[in-house]
Write a protein that binds this ligand. Structure first.
Ligand code: PBG
Length: 332
């Protein structure tokens, strides 16, 4: 970038281009549109019901029918894609997480219900075992260890069920080694050649997931932490290696997670690979912003728009955000 050509003050006055809305519009470098938003929805059992999540004020777990209606409203606002997460009843959580490959589990049922109402809306499903395992881990537990290669077999089964249910994007969020290659090979071998993979490529072992684990009912069950598979928040170069591996194994899109504390990683990933790059503005980020706004300390509409624009400025092509619907309404 050529910075040196600018004349010194007063010939150069940066405020000239900020003097009025029309010129601010003209020089604006980034835009946020409804097409940039992916909306995560929590699904629970039952019919015609919803249940607020205390640590995520304003977000509820929805029964399948309500989730489908909510997704239809999101589609009508122009939101291109929703991401579904299950609140699995405790009695269906097992050591081997078999509910993950039940064709009629909550997210597979919700996917079919959404596709009946709005076939043109993208549906993304998380590939990981934590909402289904009795220990709250993303993989199969053997003694104190998460067994990587055994977990891959489970993830493959889960993925094929999700593709069969009609999921458009699979989002492996488990951080096992080799999972993208295994899932991609299974999809190709079973004629799911159009199923997209958005890999949670650079996923950090973050405290910002706290409210999500409440939302899916995993906070009480999780034994220990996820540091042997999720990344150390101190590392940046390692994120680039993870993204390189996932792209080489067949990921179509990559994600950085959490979002706001990791904008430097978003920037580096986009600059290095130029692949479709997404950030997940996670539950803890939502809780911080929503909590402060509810307390009257910040202006919600403005703070939401600013936080989402930051992802575009950092180079992201889109954002998974619990604010998607209100942002879409704000953009109208
Ligand atoms: C599970 C998963 C998590 C999130 C998305 N998928 C939590 C975790 O890894 O413990 C977090 C989402 C959020 O915090 O909003 N594999």
């Amino acid at each position: 970038m050529v910075q040196t050509l600018a004349a010194p003050f007063p010939h150069t006055r940066p405020r000239r281009t900020r003097q009025a809305p029309w010129v601010r519009d003209l020089v604006r470098e980034n835009t946020l549109t409804v097409g940039d938003l992916i909306w995560p929805i929590f699904v629970r059992e039952g019919a015609d019901g919803e249940e607020p999540i205390p640590s995520m004020p304003g977000v509820s777990r929805l029964t399948v029918d309500r989730a489908a209606d909510a997704a239809a409203r999101a589609a009508d606002l122009g939101i291109p894609c929703v991401a579904l997460f299950p609140y699995t009843p405790q009695e269906k959580r097992t050591e081997d997480a078999a509910e993950a490959w039940n064709p009629d589990n909550l997210v597979n049922s919700a996917t079919r219900a959404i596709k009946r109402l709005r076939p043109g809306l993208g549906v993304m499903l998380d590939v990981a075992l934590d909402p289904y395992s009795s220990h709250g881990h993303d993989g199969i537990l053997r003694g104190d260890e998460i067994a990587n290669d055994e977990t891959l077999v489970a993830l493959e089964r889960q993925s094929l069920c999700q593709a069969e249910a009609g999921a458009d994007i699979l989002g492996p969020s488990d951080m096992m080694d080799g999972r993208i290659g295994v899932i991609r090979a299974a999809l190709e071998a079973n004629d799911f050649t159009n199923t997209l993979i958005m890999s949670y490529a650079a996923k950090y072992a973050s405290a910002f997931y706290g409210p999500f684990r409440d939302a899916v009912g995993a906070s009480g069950t999780l034994k220990g932490d996820k540091k042997t598979y999720q990344m150390d928040p101190a590392n940046g170069d390692e994120a680039l290696r993870e993204v390189a591996i996932d792209l080489s194994e067949g990921a179509d899109m990559v994600m950085v997670k959490p979002g706001m504390p990791y904008l430097d990683i978003c920037r580096r990933v986009k600059a290095e690979f130029g692949a479709p790059t997404y950030a997940y503005q996670v539950s803890g980020e939502y809780a911080m912003l929503a909590g402060a706004c509810d307390a009257g300390w910040m202006d919600r509409a403005r703070v939401v728009a600013e936080s989402l624009m930051a992802f575009k400025r950092a180079g992201c092509d889109g954002v998974l955000t619990y604010f998607a619907v209100e942002m879409a309404e704000g953009l109208r």
